[in-house]
Ligand binder design. Structure first.
Ligand SMILES: NC(=O)c1ccc[n+]([C@@H]2O[C@H](COP(=O)([O-])OP(=O)(O)OC[C@H]3O[C@@H](n4cnc5c(N)ncnc54)[C@H](OP(=O)(O)O)[C@@H]3O)[C@@H](O)[C@H]2O)c1
Length: 257
């Protein structure tokens, strides 16, 4: 009997990761879902029944847990067809006031984990001559973001890294895509302490729509997937604007209300 394809999704206990998990389960994937909250993952596992779902409780901002995670997948003889590097978070506030510990943790999760997991899964994909990686960046990746300076910079890394990797993988049977959502209704804004910012006051997308767009983009083997017309337009517009003007506009759109 033909084995189902396996998709590994980081940060699948809620938000965009959960919506992606629902869709990939419907597509017939066997899923491995990772996050820190065991209870939420168990609820997701139940919600996705009868899909085959393995849950892994990991703090993926810790590189030793990322390596353990990958080694456990190998021990389970799972060959990964799709890796979704989705886990990530942001933090709002003037850089001189925000927590260095939180921001270094963010760099670990948003940048180092995406890099390490991609590094770990790619050799197996290369030897099979097939596989897909979907890295979740943000529309934040296209320009600097005052009041979320570190977050925007981490997502610029994810976009740049993913596009370069996709080019390196040309003609190998492997595709690397990068999802760039704009503000989306999930647990993100609470964790980022965005309550006082204007950013999430209007034009927020639902996570299910973002996931639909991601799945469509994966099927079309797109490199950069930007959900929503407005987000696509903004991502293009910044290419033609003076950088300083763009930074000032971003400051205005996410300043305190
Ligand atoms: N929502 C937006 O406006 C927006 C816009 C653009 C891009 N994004 C990006 O989309 C991705 C998903 O975010 P979301 O909006 O769905 O936010 P979310 O609802 O807060 O979900 C984040 C997920 O990541 C997991 N996670 C957080 N820290 C983790 C860690 N150290 N180790 C393992 N898992 C961890 C969370 O689970 P636990 O808490 O259980 O660990 C949760 O499952 C992120 O990369 C984010 O930057 C979001």
């Amino acid at each position: 009997m033909k084995q189902p394809k396996t998709a590994v999704i980081t940060g699948a206990s809620g938000g965009i990761g959960l919506e992606l998990a629902k869709r990939l389960a419907k597509e017939g994937y066997r899923l491995v879902l990772a996050a820190r909250s065991e209870k939420k993952l168990q609820e997701v596992q139940k919600e996705l029944e009868p899909a085959q779902v393995l849950i892994k409780v990991k703090d993926l901002s810790k590189m030793e847990e990322v390596t353990d995670f990958y080694n456990e997948l190998k021990e389970d003889n799972l060959s990964i067809d799709l890796l979704v590097n989705n886990a990530g978070f942001g933090l709002f506030g003037e850089f001189h006031t925000t927590s260095a510990e939180e921001e270094l943790n963010m760099i670990d999760l948003n940048i180092k984990t995406v890099t390490l997991l991609s590094k770990l899964v790619l050799p197996d994909m290369m030897s099979r001559g097939s596989g897909q990686i979907l890295n979740v960046a943000s529309t934040a990746a296209f320009q600097p973001g005052p009041l979320m300076a570190v977050y925007y910079a981490t997502k610029a890394y994810v976009l740049s890294f993913s596009e370069a990797l996709d080019n390196e993988c040309k003609d190998t049977g492997i595709r690397v895509s990068v999802l760039c959502p704009g503000p989306t209704s999930t647990g993100f804004s609470d964790r980022a302490e965005l309550g006082s910012s204007k950013l999430f006051k209007s034009g927020v997308m639902e996570a299910d729509k973002v996931a639909d767009s991601a799945i469509q983009g994966l099927k079309e083997k797109k490199t950069v997937i930007i959900p929503g017309f407005k987000n696509k337009l903004l991502a293009q517009a910044v290419r033609f604007m003076p950088r300083k003007t763009t930074v000032n506009i971003v400051r205005k759109t996410q300043d305190r209300a």
